[in-house]
Ligand binder design. Sequence first.
Ligand SMILES: Nc1ncnc2c1ncn2[C@@H]1O[C@H](COP(=O)(O)OP(=O)(O)OP(=O)(O)O)[C@@H](O)[C@H]1O
Length: 772
Amino acid sequence: MTFEGNDWDVEQQRIAEVRKVIEAKKEQLLKSTGALKGDIIDLRKKFWDDVTVNFDEVDDAVETYASIKQQSELLSERERSHGQYYKNKKLLDRMEESPYFGRIDFAEDEVAKEAIYIGISSLMDKEEDHFLVYDWRAPVSSMYYDFEPGPAHYDTPEGTVEGEIELKRQFVTENGMLTGMFNTGITIGDSLLQKVLGDQASSQMKSIVATIQKEQNAIIRNESSRLLLVQGVAGSGKTSAAMQRVAYLLYRYRKQMNADQILLFSPNQMFSSYVASVLPELGEEPMQQSTFQEYVSKRLDDEFDLQTPFEQLESSLVTKGSGENHHEKEAVDFKSSASFKTMIDNYLGHLSSNGMKFRSIKFRGEVRISAERIEEFFYQLDSAMSMANRVDLVKDWLSSQLKHVEKEERAKDWPEEEAALLTKEDYLKAFQNLEQHQNFNEETFNDFEKEENLLKKMVVRRRMASLRRKIANYKFIQMEKVYEGLFNESFPQVDLQPKNWTQISKHTMQNVQERYLPVEDQTPYLYLQDQLEGRKVNASIRYVFMDEAQDYSVFQYLYIKEMFPYAQFTLLGDKHQAIYTHNHGGMTILDKQAHNGEAKKMELSRSYRSTRPIVEFTKHLLEDGASIEAFNRDGQLPRLWEVTEIQEAKQKIIEVVQDRHREGHETIAILCYSLEESKQVNQLVGEQLGATLIYKETQQFQSGVLILPVYFAKGIEFDSVLVYDAAQQGYQDEEGRLMLYTACTRAMHELDILYNEKDSSILSEIPEELYT
Ligand SMILES: Nc1ncnc2c1ncn2[C@@H]1O[C@H](COP(=O)(O)OP(=O)(O)OP(=O)(O)O)[C@@H](O)[C@H]1O
């Protein structure tokens, strides 16, 4: 709508005034920062001037230590404040560009009426009396997202405040100048959202605070649920909601919590880098981010050749239909389930009385404490104790046994021989050691016998260090054998076993013996290990977010949950994008039943990413896609291109990509069924298009022409998407359908689909008027 000149001018005038205040605050900040910076430089330069260094006597050393500590605390306190100032300055810079994005005029009654301006952070006037801008996360700001003009209310710690919104307005400001202004509730649809969604894709996710939708706001501000499940269709803003929720929680609990106490599990590293900029953009520190695979690798990489989830998926995709992976699928399904966890719990009960496997402790090639002795010691311990307690007692016992071994070894000849070969540095070290611990002076060190004893002790200690380390790390348990025992006939669990248990068992044992651990065995293996070793839980994390949650198995979720017992969980995902092998047809952790009903579930059914024609098209790829709503943004109908031979495909891809380039699109993805297919397509057109092949998950997301398998594109979006060979066999079953849906829903503005023979494919189910 057009505004009367007056309204526009008044708002532009206010922006200018607020910018002046921002400018003044920046100057003030700069002054204090300048002083601080000077302090820091000074402190660093003169660090040692104010420290009295004296190690002559013990008392002097203690004093020296205290004075260094005091000085470095002073320095780090100054550095921390400087960091805070720097952060505030960046926030003010951003606010100077665009001081606020929204306004509501809220009247509690005839007298108490206020124009509330909403921005990324709050701002007080010069006198620090009134809010010129309210933080979008403040209680009063929630009305901006939740209500159209008319009756409205918001919650405060003191209770609910009711009133009337008389005006709701959105602003677009660039470089401090008002470039757009919309009164909502009068215009049809959301003009600002239209504008934002029409923008080009970016290699970094953007914040959505100016246009958060009501249903997303409910997710962002939810505080009551310990477990929040968000099922949202592709492009409905799940990841966006998760990011703004992190920012909200950091604001809401700013006195009790910092960003290090929030952890996001993301699907892959490419995604991690894609979302990394959102929180800094909102003036917050980024939360911790990890992929579950990173955690698993850290724990098991030394011991096993680990399959990655992508390798698992690729292998299942390329062998699909060949009948080769039939048993594998059954194994994956079972090992991903809660039943398998129950089976392991039962197995732990069984291990309590027999079946533990230990490793003999060898030193210099000789068994010093045999596996049988360790086993005997373990099983004579009170079985009422937990397994982890008993294992710990074994560890203590072994450490003490090792002392005897050490003593015996010192009496042998080899330490003396090895001591003769010690370097000068070693001697010096020994001497210092002696001085420190035994108050020796130089003369007594010349005592030959003492010197020799000390050196022998040192030699033996050194040789035994790695053994001690191994014992401290529970390497005396033969973990891989204990895991194998789970699949052994001596532990019958008939009621829980799946149909092909014998075959599954054989295959698993073979893998473990070959030191290869497929994805489905990794979490169960870690779980069993943790139960035996009594791994410490992480008590500091308060919130855990799991994005693309449909891709985690029930077992993985239960494992993660136990790892963070004090955390509240937010799981976000889409059952229609469940393309991982363990989830076909089954329940995902987004289902309430997976949590015994103890969860709050919220649904997002409107898709914001893609244009209306793309959403209308993609929802027909699903059998139950009818409830998916499109946001009203215009665009071209998706284009289907029939090609019958490879040279024709090559020609078409080049033509389409060049057209999209000409139209001004920067991020163009050619999405393929598998990595194998991506490589073939790259061979075909990669060079000519200057395309980048994404072949591993650690690659950074970038703009340009990208060729990648669908599973790498999860969670990410592109201006234009070309799906290659969409009628191929692999896309025909239920799993394939979800993959094709995932692929097509990555497109923001343009969707092109290449196919060979569409008649018998899923594409033939789509009404013809939805594409050209
Ligand atoms: N309220 C909003 N305002 C502006 N943009 C939005 C809003 N909600 C979503 N978007 C945009 O829609 C796109 C999709 O959002 P997002 O990636 O968060 O969705 P998603 O549900 O996680 O998608 P998927 O499941 O397909 O990965 C992004 O470009 C995001 O910026």
